[in-house]
Design a protein around this ligand. Structure first.
Ligand SMILES: Cc1ncc(COP(=O)(O)O)c(C=O)c1O
Length: 381
């Protein structure tokens, strides 16, 4: 049997990893500033994470949600402490799309309404409703098409207020990434998030903060929405949550009332996933990784801004994007194959940095050095 060929892949086979380094099957070392798409939060194969998973594996890996799983309560308590959202409640699932799917569904149950406001360039996942709320028609199958979703311009207070003015009482939810990831690292302005909060309050709609990529400390705050000083009603999470162990979840404001069977999953919240997620939070706290993300991220942004060939340096913490000129369109490939550095990309010509939150200042400086050398290759001699 062959694999269903849906991924454009690089011809590299990674066989081991440690911290912000990965090695291929020929023992070539790479610096990882991509983290497998913002997934590696505390560093590859962190010893505390490995130990907690191994110890859990010896006891029990999985049982369904038909029994008590105290690790889920432990995770909810820890998540409340580290995120500062102690009065929220946790529902666990397996991926980012599933988290958003549940968030949107819950908003619809809660309001008994159908309309969802999403934004241009948004990416919320590939399941039915999440993909319908994703601004990319090429990944929306005919069966996913719905008139219940409207896309408005990002960071446009007037357009949002205008839409609420005429349709406000039909809107179940507004869903927004605090920093658009797949869309090219576009930061939601604080004032825009405040407008969303106010309009949702005025019209009884639910504010969903898609924090799948920008959450879990990546922006320097636990949720990037925290920078705006407003609180969403539901936060969806996944990527950094398990440091590579598949787990997702939503945290839900106390204004929602749970009802048996309204949400559910077979695998979500299993023992092994909870152990991995607890290890991540313990390391984020113990190693002050949010503070590190802010410090190293600020350094990277300043350095990137000083490179004349680059423009539009943006982001927060260790979620950074910049534009490269069309003449440098192979820069990302060169960084990977010549300089052995993984970065991410977004079209057209955007490079994204999504490293582990434990990236050191030395590694950040080494990256800037390699980037300058790589860019210099394009200069006329
Ligand atoms: C903001 C955002 N939401 C949702 C998702 C979907 O997550 P998953 O691929 O785990 O389903 C992604 C994935 O890139 C994302 O970036």
């Amino acid at each position: 049997m062959k694999l269903f060929d849906v991924y454009p892949i690089n011809d590299i086979t990674i066989t081991r990893a440690k911290g912000t380094r990965v090695w291929d099957n020929e023992e070539t070392e790479y610096m990882d500033l991509y983290g497998g798409h913002a997934v590696i939060s505390i560093g590859h194969t962190h010893p505390h994470w490995v130990k907690r998973i191994e110890e859990q594996l010896e006891k029990i890996a999985f049982y369904s949600n038909s029994i008590k799983i105290p690790l889920q309560e432990e995770l909810a308590t820890k998540l409340g402490e580290v995120s500062g959202k102690k009065d929220f409640e946790l529902f666990l699932c397996n991926s980012g799309a599933e988290a958003n799917e549940n968030a949107l569904k819950l908003a619809s149950f809660h309001t008994n309404r159908k309309k969802i406001v999403a934004f241009e360039k948004a990416f919320h996942g590939r399941t039915s409703l999440a993909v319908a709320a994703t601004d990319n028609p090429s990944i929306v199958a005919p069966v996913n098409e719905t008139t219940n979703i409207v896309f408005l311009p990002f960071n446009d207070n007037e357009a949002l207020a205008g839409y609420f003015n005429t349709n406000g009482h039909e809107i179940a939810a507004v869903i927004i990434e605090g920093i658009q990831g797949v869309g090219g690292i576009n930061v939601a302005e604080d004032a825009f998030l405040c407008t969303i909060r106010r309009l949702c309050d005025d019209y009884g709609a639910v504010y969903i903060a898609d924090s799948v990529q920008c959450g879990y400390g990546r922006s320097g705050q636990f949720f990037s929405h925290d920078h705006a000083g407003v609180e969403a009603d539901i936060y969806s999470m996944a990527k950094g949550m398990g440091n590579g162990f598949p787990i997702g979840g939503i945290i839900i404001s106390p204004k929602f009332k749970a009802k048996h069977s309204m949400l559910g999953t077979t695998f979500g919240g299993n023992h092994l996933a909870c152990a991995a997620a607890l290890a991540v939070l313990e390391v984020i706290e113990k190693e002050s990784l949010m503070e590190n993300a802010e410090k190293v991220g600020n350094f990277l942004q300043e350095e990137l801004k000083s490179i004349p060939e680059l423009s539009g340096v943006r982001g927060r913490g260790l979620m950074i994007g910049f534009d490269v000129p069309a003449s440098h369109k192979n820069l990302k490939k060169d960084l990977l194959f010549k300089y052995k550095i993984f970065t991410g990309e977004a079209k057209p010509n955007v490079i994204r940095l999504l490293p582990s939150l434990a990236l050191t200042m030395d590694d950040a400086a080494a990256f800037i050095n390699s980037l300058k050398i790589a860019i210099a290759q394009y200069q006329p001699s």
